[in-house]
Design a protein around this ligand. Structure first.
Ligand code: GBH
Length: 472
């Protein structure tokens, strides 16, 4: 039923949340100053050879010392929201409340106060992958005691920042934490146990998320009136052939293993998707195991987890074709070969979420594209990406009735891109990492995004718009 017209003209609803994103380890630097404790990413990146060019986040964009510059870019873009994360080990250097580091708290207070002074809504991620190393020493997310420890951290943040922060996300991409961190083992803590550890870790992440949600509900919601969610991630999965039932089933199963793993418990019934329970259960049985490698929730736990998100937050970058034979897509490649630009996938994903989870309010909390580091400010590929993806979000909003409430471009500026180091760039602003002052320069895409925000979408065809208008 999707209309074939390439572009749809129109605007989002009033008060639409336009924003940009970042995360602590990717931008802050200041890895050991003012009392910050080490995180698992500090440890991992400081071992030479783990990241291309032995890059690390010791300095990154130096945002810890350059708050003014970051605020300047945010104001120039005229964004309504800024999504950033808190560095747990900057606030609690050894992960526990007893190690409280006031200077870390001061930094986030300054950031939040300044955002509010400029009318920018803070959207805060409590955990974007930089676990305090001290907690990894007791097995990190694979140790159930971390559920209470994380809750202490969240409780402190709600109490300290919640009078000004009204939009919380517990985890960024629990799927990545569990699967890349404990299954494939590519990212810290680099545990390579794909058969069982990810399922245990995800079980703990879901319980930790639910516990933080209930803490907010019981102690803060009434006085602070904010909302709590979790930022899930998913590629859109397109079947090779929509006319072959088993291909459609395979594609749906892939989505259930990505989003459903977390969204089914939280947004549906407190339990994992049937497709996961059957698949993992059957394979475990074939292996001769006495129980499934996918742990089970008690009825009490299901009731505790169900309904623990006030809105649906989704990070989305690309689309994959799933098949039992070959996968191929003709869409444009990007600087990350596995992330092709497939704008229509976003519209389909948004519709799938609407259908699957009972029409929730949706925030696109990350969407963006990599360019190589040779592309500095002349990033026409990024303009194409944002234009087409935002337009597909607009179609979902205006033509399909999906309750899209916000769009957060990834990201504010070039930063440390995890396993890619500084070899690829996602920023609307270029950062010169060879210069100790880390100068920031708006790219063409920043001018473009400014215009889209100003017009709240695409009210007119391109030839009737002033494309690269005033950008302060
Ligand atoms: C996002 O994840 C991150 O949330 C964001 O911080 C980052 O800026 C952005 O990617 C671009 O890098 O190679 O082991 O890391 C996007 C979804 C899921 C894509 C994990 C890469 C590969 C696993 N990511 N995936 S690994």
């Amino acid at each position: 039923n999707f209309q074939r017209k390439l572009y749809h003209y129109g605007t989002f609803s009033q008060g639409f949340h336009w924003g940009v994103s970042s995360s602590a380890y990717q931008i802050e630097g200041g890895w050991n100053i003012d009392g910050k404790g080490p995180s698992i990413w500090d440890k991992f990146t400081q071992k030479p050879g783990n990241i291309p060019g032995s890059a690390n986040g010791n300095v990154a964009c130096d945002s810890y010392s350059r708050l003014e510059e970051d605020l300047y870019m945010l104001r120039a873009l005229r964004v309504k929201s800024y999504r950033f994360s808190l560095s747990w080990s900057r606030i609690f250097p050894d992960g526990l409340r007893t190690s409280l580091n006031q200077k870390g708290v001061d930094y986030y207070n300054r950031l939040i106060d300044n955002l509010l002074a400029y009318n920018i809504t803070p959207m805060v991620t409590l955990y974007h992958w930089d676990l305090p190393q001290a907690l990894q020493n007791i097995n990190g997310w694979d140790n159930i005691t971390i559920i209470d420890i994380f809750n202490d951290f969240c409780d402190f943040c709600f109490a300290t920042f919640g009078n000004r922060v009204k939009f919380w996300m517990t985890f960024n991409q629990p799927h990545t934490i569990a699967w890349s961190g404990y299954g494939l083992g590519q990212i810290p803590p680099n545990v390579k146990r794909p058969g069982d550890a990810p399922y245990r870790v995800a079980h703990n992440l879901l319980k930790a998320h639910a516990k933080a949600y209930h803490t907010y509900d019981e102690k803060y919601r009434k006085s602070q009136g904010g909302l709590v969610s979790i930022a899930l991630n998913a590629d859109w999965i397109e079947p090779t052939d929509v006319n072959v039932p088993r291909e459609v089933v395979a594609a749906d199963r892939a989505l259930q293993f990505q989003i459903g793993w977390f969204a089914h418990p939280i947004f549906k019934n407190g339990d994992y998707p049937d497709a996961m329970k059957w698949q993992v259960g059957n394979k475990s049985e074939l292996q001769g195991l006495s129980e499934s490698r996918l742990p089970a929730f008690t009825e009490e736990e299901k009731a505790y987890i169900r309904g623990t998100a006030d809105v649906f937050c989704i990070n989305h970058y690309t689309t994959k074709i799933v098949s039992h034979i070959t996968a191929r897509l003709n869409s444009p490649t990007t600087a990350i070969s596995k992330q092709r630009a497939v704008a229509w996938g976003l519209r389909r994903l948004l519709n799938w979420i609407k259908e699957e989870y009972g029409d929730p309010e949706i925030y696109i909390t990350e969407n963006g594209v990599a360019t190589d580091k040779e592309t500095t400010v002349d990033d026409t590929d990024r303009i194409f990406y944002f234009k087409t993806y935002i337009d597909e979000a607009l179609k979902a909003h205006n033509l399909d009735g999906v309750k899209v409430r916000g769009y957060i471009a990834s990201s504010l500026m070039d930063s440390f891109e995890w396993l890619n180091g500084y070899t690829v760039a996602f920023g609307l602003h270029h950062v010169d990492f060879t210069n100790p002052n880390r100068p920031r320069t708006p790219k063409r895409s920043a001018h473009y995004y400014y215009q889209v925000i100003k017009e709240n979408g695409f009210p007119l065809p391109d030839d009737e718009r002033v494309l690269y208008g005033h950008f302060p």
